[in-house]
Design a binder for this molecule. Structure first.
Ligand code: SF4
Length: 253
């Protein structure tokens, strides 16, 4: 019987999550609860109904593949492909691995964004089928990480290091969500830089500025948004933080 996955939504023609035009497949289910999360509707793996709105749908591997091949011509002309995001794709690692395997067989580029907060054995199911792994690094301080995200960072840091030590021919790009006044003090930036600079294999680091998208979904789901009124960081603020990481790592975007 074909594997099934629970999908939140599919977004086409994204230019932010890998090479070329991407079809981004957002999955339901995440073990974390980041206070800045912009997709609270992805947290539960269950399909949720709020009024007229339904969050999530179940698809087989074949059904998702038939959606993916619809965009083949765009992938071909832009060197694009698919990107799994979430939620946390590793929560459905068997399903994701199978879709990635079929997608790669068609010569389509593959990427996945992950919180890296799952046993490495789950990550190993998808690594052979990936062109790019976007690995999130949210904080270096274990206690603050627990306060912000719900769990300390030991497994995440260990998984990033282990992913950087594998010999799979994939690009490892570490993404840091920059939340002003929360995880972006200079000491933390230096600690992140030191850690990232020590990795055996790292293609690039991306600093992602905080934004407040998703606030209306919190209201719709009746979930309290726990961050205070934080301003979106300015371009010069971002540059200052990138400069610090850039002392340790060659490519910082
Ligand atoms: S890991 Fe991503 S999807 Fe999960 S809570 Fe954090 S920001 Fe949201």
């Amino acid at each position: 019987m074909s594997l099934e996955g629970t999908i939140l939504r599919i977004e086409r023609s994204s230019i932010h999550d890998g090479e070329g035009l991407r079809t981004v497949i957002f999955l339901k289910g995440c073990p974390l609860r980041c206070v800045w999360c912009s997709t609270p509707e992805s947290h539960s793996e269950e399909i949720e109904r709020v009024g007229e709105k339904i969050y999530g749908t179940v698809m087989t591997v074949e059904e998702l593949m038939s959606e993916i091949v619809k965009d083949e011509v765009f992938f071909f002309h832009s060197n694009g492909g698919i990107t799994f995001s979430g939620g946390e794709p590793l929560q459905q690692a068997d399903f994701v691995s199978e879709v990635l395997r079929h997608t790669r067989k068609l010569g389509i580029n593959t990427a996945m964004e992950s919180s890296m907060c799952f046993p490495f054995s789950e990550l190993e199911k998808v690594l052979p089928h990936l062109n790019t792994l976007f690995a999130d690094l949210k904080d270096m301080d274990p206690k603050r990480h627990r306060d912000l995200v719900g769990i300390d960072n030991h497994l995440i840091i260990d998984n990033i290091r282990r992913a950087a030590e594998t010999d799979y021919p994939l690009d490892l790009i570490v993404r840091i969500p920059l939340i002003p006044g929360v995880n972006d003090d200079d000491k933390t930036m230096h600690e992140m830089g030191e850690f990232l600079g020590s990795l055996r294999h790292l293609s690039a680091v991306e600093l992602l500025p905080y934004h407040r998208l998703g606030l209306s979904t919190y209201n719709a789901l009746g979930i309290k948004y726990r961050l205070p009124d934080i301003k979106v960081p300015s371009a010069s603020h971002m540059k200052g933080k990138r400069d610090i990481i850039g002392r340790y790592v060659e490519r910082v975007q």
